[in-house]
Design a protein around this ligand. Sequence first.
Ligand SMILES: Cc1cc2nc3c(=O)[nH]c(=O)nc-3n(C[C@H](O)[C@H](O)[C@H](O)COP(=O)(O)O)c2cc1C
Length: 126
Amino acid sequence: MRGLRAAVGGVDGVVISTPEYAHGVPGVLKNALDWLVGGPEMVERRVLLLGTSRHSVHATASLAGTLRMMSAHVLEAPPIELPRGGPTLHERALAADPAVGLPLAAALAGFVQTLLAVRARRAPGG
Ligand SMILES: Cc1cc2nc3c(=O)[nH]c(=O)nc-3n(C[C@H](O)[C@H](O)[C@H](O)COP(=O)(O)O)c2cc1C
């Protein structure tokens, strides 16, 4: 867990994109977050929640509640609908699909703007 703490503690922002299982957050992700409770790593950390289905509202809501309890700042992007039922697409093919790539780029660009604004406010004289 030292690796996770170091990784999260050393960044401006965290992006979480997860499947929903049985109307909940997958256990491994919840467990990882539980290890960070009580530490300084998530406090004031900007976290972008990037859903992959408009149906996965329970996991997103639960995740947001957990993260807010940890004093993180939660930002929610509109869910991006990943294609289902076809051949398995890898990340480059998914990113090249305008229905995925364009909203993904917009969500990440908005998040980067947020992080830059936070950094500018923290900078001496900013
Ligand atoms: C056991 C199990 C439970 C699931 N429960 C939900 C659910 O409650 N809501 C939902 O939107 N999708 C649910 N899904 C679909 C997953 O969120 C996900 O879209 C799908 O499993 C593909 O992702 P994966 O390959 O990482 O498992 C479930 C999938 C599994 C295997």
